[in-house]
Design a protein around this ligand. Sequence first.
Ligand code: AMP
Ligand code: MG
Length: 356
Amino acid sequence: MLTVTEARERILSYFKTTATESIPLHDSFQRVLGVDIYADGDYPPFDNSAMDGFALRAEDAAASKATLSVVADIPAGATPTVVLQTGQAARIMTGAQMPQGADCVIPVEDTDFDQRSAGTAAPEKIAFTKRMKAGENVRPRGSDIQKGELVLTRGRRLRAQDLGLLAMLGVAQICVHKKPRVALLSSGDELLEVNAPLEPGKIRDANSYSLAAGALGAGAEVIGLGIARDSRDSVMRMLDKAANENVDLILSSAGVSVGAFDFIKEALDANGRLDFWKVNMRPGKPLAFGMYRGIPLLGLPGNPVSALVGFEVFVRPTLERLSGSMDGGRQTVRVRSAEEILSDGRESYLRVRLRV
Ligand code: AMP
Ligand code: MG
């Protein structure tokens, strides 16, 4: 019997990362970055104000009370032309470029001019009592990111903040790994479609939905093939469809207990091969692994819980490998059990309620 780790490594050895493609940044949420991204320049690209207030020279705010004449008004987006002299200030908005000569910004609320709303004319003079230091309330050019700096590394699954960062860097098209393509089939003569009324001896196909959702959540593209009947022809038709769809993985559920998988085995023997593995785990001991027309096929157990455990243990890592993700998959936590758990030696996957 294989250990879980041995089985997973055997499976993973059949897969390599998908090729990359260039897509619009807009479509790249949760895709896996295919290249390292370096900054093309300094960010912010210019010294700018961190406050709505007045730009000035810190040396002019050294006395206990200062009065400065306001010689310019600098809204965000403007290019200041003024060069501040001693005794002068410029009204400035958050994000606006600092004028030459100024080295700090006093917030508007620390001055005697308390009007912050847009459209209000700048005052001629301001007075305040606050002492200022050079650099105060200024975001210097390059203080977030410097030109040439590595900002995101290959293999990262892109998050919302990454998209914002990439947009700031001007990356309109981005190189990502292609989504792994997974063909999914359920098998069994007892299975009905979700919208079918129940009939004697039949149940509805749950795994097509849970496994599809799992694969989508792991960033795959899912080609749902539906339900294969327990016949060689039915299985063969589906596998051919999967092969023609150029998928990276064929995923099936049910029929992997000894002897029960004969239909898939017959189909595979014609165009590939099929192995049965016993994995030292619970649930989900039987696992089928094979090749159909050169495409790896993974057969999970049919029981809906076993199928999902098999998904977490074998399929998710496979999809991570295919997608090029270096994020390391599921997070794990070590916990203290509130009750005794006895093991028969098999690696066991139990449902728990986690209390933090
Ligand atoms: P099997 O692996 O074919 O022996 O199936 C094990 C159990 O899982 C049986 O009770 C099946 O009816 C059930 N089962 C198999 N496939 C599905 C499915 N797609 N959805 C829900 N239950 C299933
Ligand atoms: Mg069955």
